[in-house]
Design a protein around this ligand. Sequence first.
Ligand code: SF4
Ligand code: SF4
Length: 100
Amino acid sequence: MKYLNNNKKINSLPSWQELPLGGKVLQAGNSNDYQTGNWSENKIHWDQKKCKQCNMCSLVCPDNAILKNKQNKMIGISKQHCKGCSICIQSCPFKALYKN
Ligand code: SF4
Ligand code: SF4
């Protein structure tokens, strides 16, 4: 089972196409509330064998796209939320993240 921090079902969230024209994001910290993944031109991949579960990628990701299980272990990247900014790649000390 995959969880976001607020336990919302990922596929029930609105995508950016459903935002009103000229709509503004009025509050910070709401990356869980929208599907931002289809903004991405880059797909980020996770090499599970290299990952040491240090959590750095989760700390720096601005879109809460690092998926974890209930034991706080990384289990993947949310394609519905990852914008492909590559910050996580820069932060990973074990080169477990890369883009195609
Ligand atoms: S590229 Fe990495 S840091 Fe950027 S949104 Fe995707 S998972 Fe988060
Ligand atoms: S920063 Fe790299 S090693 Fe650390 S949890 Fe993320 S993918 Fe794994």
